[in-house]
Design a protein around this ligand. Sequence first.
Ligand SMILES: *[C@@H]1O[C@H](CO)[C@@H](O)[C@H](O)[C@H]1NC(C)=O
Ligand SMILES: *[C@@H]1O[C@H](CO)[C@@H](O)[C@H](O)[C@H]1NC(C)=O
Ligand SMILES: *[C@@H]1O[C@H](CO)[C@@H](O)[C@H](O)[C@H]1NC(C)=O
Length: 980
Amino acid sequence: MAPLANLLGLVTGVLCLFSSPGATYKEKPSVFTFTPGSGGFQLGGPSLAPEIRVSQNDAPGVLRAARDLAADFGRVLGTNGTVVVADWAATIAVKTASRPTILIGTVGQSSLIDGLISSKKLDASAITKKWETFTYQVVPTPWEGRDNVFVIAGSDSRGAVFGIYDIAERIGVSPLHYWADVQPIKRQHIAASTLIHTEGPPSVKYRGIFLNDEAPALTGWGGSNFKRSQYGSPFVSDFYRHIFDLILRLKGNYLWPAMWSSMFYLDDPKNGPLATEYGIFMGTSHHEPMARADKEQGRFLRGSWDWRSNKAGVQSFMQEGATRSKDWSTIYTLGMRGSGDAASATLSSSSLEEIIAWQQQTLTKTLGKPLSEIPQAWVMYKEVPGYWQAGMKVSDDVTLLWSDDNRGNIRRVPIGDEEKRSGGSGMYYHFDYVGDPRNYKWINTIQLTKTWEQMTLTYDSGIRNIWIANVGDLKALELPTVHFMALAWDREAFSGMDSTTEWLKVWSARQFGEDAAGAAAEIMTTYGKLTARHKYEDLSRTPFAFHATNYDEVELNYQEWVDLVAKAQAVYDKLPSAVQDSFFEIVLHPVLAGKTVFEIYSKVTLASRYSTEKRISTNQLAKDVQAAFQADQAITRRFHSLRGGKWNHFMDQTHLGYNNWQEPSSNTIPRASTLTAASSNALLGVAAQGNTAAYPGSARLSLAPVSKFDPPSVNRYIDIFARGDGTFFYDITANVSFVNVTNRRGSISSPAGPTDIRSILGVNWAAAPAGSSSALLTIVNTNATSQSATVVVPLENPTIPSDFKGHVEADATISIEAEHFSPADSSKEYAIIPNYGRTLSGVRLPPRTASQQPGKGPVLVYPFYSFTNIADATVTVYLAPSENANPKSPNRYSVSVDGGAVSTVQVVALTNGSNQPQGWSDAVIRGAYVKSSKVGRIAPGKHELKLYLLEPTMVVTKVVIDFGGVKSSLLGPPESWRSV
Ligand SMILES: *[C@@H]1O[C@H](CO)[C@@H](O)[C@H](O)[C@H]1NC(C)=O
Ligand SMILES: *[C@@H]1O[C@H](CO)[C@@H](O)[C@H](O)[C@H]1NC(C)=O
Ligand SMILES: *[C@@H]1O[C@H](CO)[C@@H](O)[C@H](O)[C@H]1NC(C)=O
């Protein structure tokens, strides 16, 4: 091919809208430019849209997607493209064209593409014979008399389809155009540069989603939008068109259909053939073997769902599944479980071996193909991996489809020879779940960096044949779904540790525009951190997970939500109105709805504390809780009234008041404490931070030690408050000149307010005595001076060597964010995952790192400086709730101080492969394994803590050394002051 730029005088510089220099998310640069006059082959303008030609012989899915592309040009330009079905001879007869021409087709199946290849105008060697690969490019002088055409060629039909939708997305039509109302970007001009764009083959061969737990939301919505099947299901072909469209635009190819009350193949006879026409491989979920829905058993199975007692009935039922689907693209689920999503009481390893062998035989016979050409999966879900672990044998053609623990922690990676199996392995992963310890099926609770960490571990461990995500009702989980599919398509693009954060920016720019992209990405990154701390459904547990007094945990966590809402609302307010709905659906709604749920449980918890302190503002908190409960309903109504009610029912899911794993029948909230205003007027109350005692219950209060080395984020304070109605003035005096307070004088007034005033301490450390001392604050009601409280303020003013670098003790605690190791002293293997976990980030070893011996191998070094002499200090390590993944070698870490005794801790118990490890529930609810061990004496001075992660399947987020001051909390103490 002649150098295109010379022939066409094209500019070769490409306007790269989406990736910034040094970005670690490596997306291929775009071929398309949108500025008139910037050169290239013009494909469209205000009243100019391309003519798209496809060959009659091509796959129906390609012809169908070509029509989508014509409409997508219309969405962007205002003028639809047209589709012409024509062969090569008819096409090259057209010498002059009034409109730009796009040729689309599959190598070996399209006379257009094959014509270009045989006339040496198109070099398809980069894609030929590959799985789902495509190229698109400008082809100059494609035939005599024609200057140029634009060509999309697929190595196979899905490759061509993915090429089409890649272009649609890059010119401005989001894969979420329907599901999240993302508006097409309006263009005045579209041109293609000289770049040859090639993508594929995908990282993972079969990539898809599972619509599950689909009531009440998806089912309710479907019922009001689609004509129900004779069996009552709304999930008919008009519904699935929207699902298939989404999957293909996300470059996926696989679906497990809704099955709670549906039978995909029967609810609409068009469902099966339509999936094949689109190019989607259909599967059935883990307990629905041989392409038959669970719900078909009740109607069509003769006898019981039991291989031992009713082999003939079960076999004929399964045979029918194979027969029905034999001409459609299917990935067959093999094996068998009990009825519904349950273990079977009668199945054994040997009967399962027999079942799978029979199923394989039936498939080869019925489909008339060798097993190697029939995709089959055995889903290693719940109890099933136990059979494998116990030594069960299964033919190599079967993909072992491993799973997570339903909470996003993968249970297994291939070990030993498993990776060599010809069927390979897969991963079934959850973004939604119904079951123990609690459902999570309301809105998005997924931290994308966690998905990245677990799915790169999955991929790098060799699990590359199938990835399928349980996406619940789909809507509200758009973001984790899109991210999962992007990873499955191109894992290499996500090689950087912060690639997900970068991807989120690139992706946000496409949905909401460049101006909002950075903020939208930050908001959803913070959202992921806040939901990683606890899922909404787990918040109703008592006591509340976040501590009401220690480290101000309830208050500070809630404040992060308040700040996040303010940020999201500010972005929303500035957006063009056309973009507001999609921003609301994907960003503002979860933030607002999430904050409201946190507000309810946070304020109920604070009200309980305030009532024991006799704060009259307890009643305001109780009112706020009621208002938040109303707000929750208003947010639901707002969602349901979007776009003329398009998404009615999608927020029907109850989410407040869980008291066991199953959803509550209606939303309820705990009663918040209230107080009866004290009879006497104008009563002073005082509380000291971190202390449950309050004045006047205690006349003398005490603050936790205030140190020169307190964490920079921490304020030390006292609260002055009203215990009854009326107004009084107060005055605070310190007995030393180097301690001062904000709001030293003021008036408290109830009900007018302020009912509570926070007074923050300041210490002039240069003037304070060295070492330990204390100060007294006296708080007087100046209208009734007999009301007087005293607060003791212990002061710690130690010194550290000026050259010390590291964390410094305060409040008999050292708390370290894992990423703040000493880079000079730590092993280079460790990598930081930014925006991971509940506080700052995570640190892990590369997925393929070998298991290490205790106290050996790559080490993280944390220098610290302490002042307390402690005989046997405790080190607590905060880790992600990751599972063992390698059943031969459990997650363990070693820790030691100053080269002393090495203490090695096993984080997760080994299991028989069927059950969850002991302590699992607690870990997934808290979003962390928190493990402690003793490390011996630590004398005051400079030290070094060494931490060894012994497995690559674990991620450390925080390390805490307890000198006697650590208090209980969910997230651990805030990070200590450190010298850098
Ligand atoms: C453009 O295509 C869309 C989708 O097929 C169709 O709904 C619309 O009516 C078309 N517009 C014109 C002007 O033909
Ligand atoms: C309190 O003292 C600190 C340290 O001397 C000083 O920086 C601060 O401005 C003072 N604050 C008030 C409210 O007086
Ligand atoms: C309370 O004291 C303030 C000054 O300390 C005074 O201005 C006010 O009038 C007093 N109020 C009552 C009700 O005594």
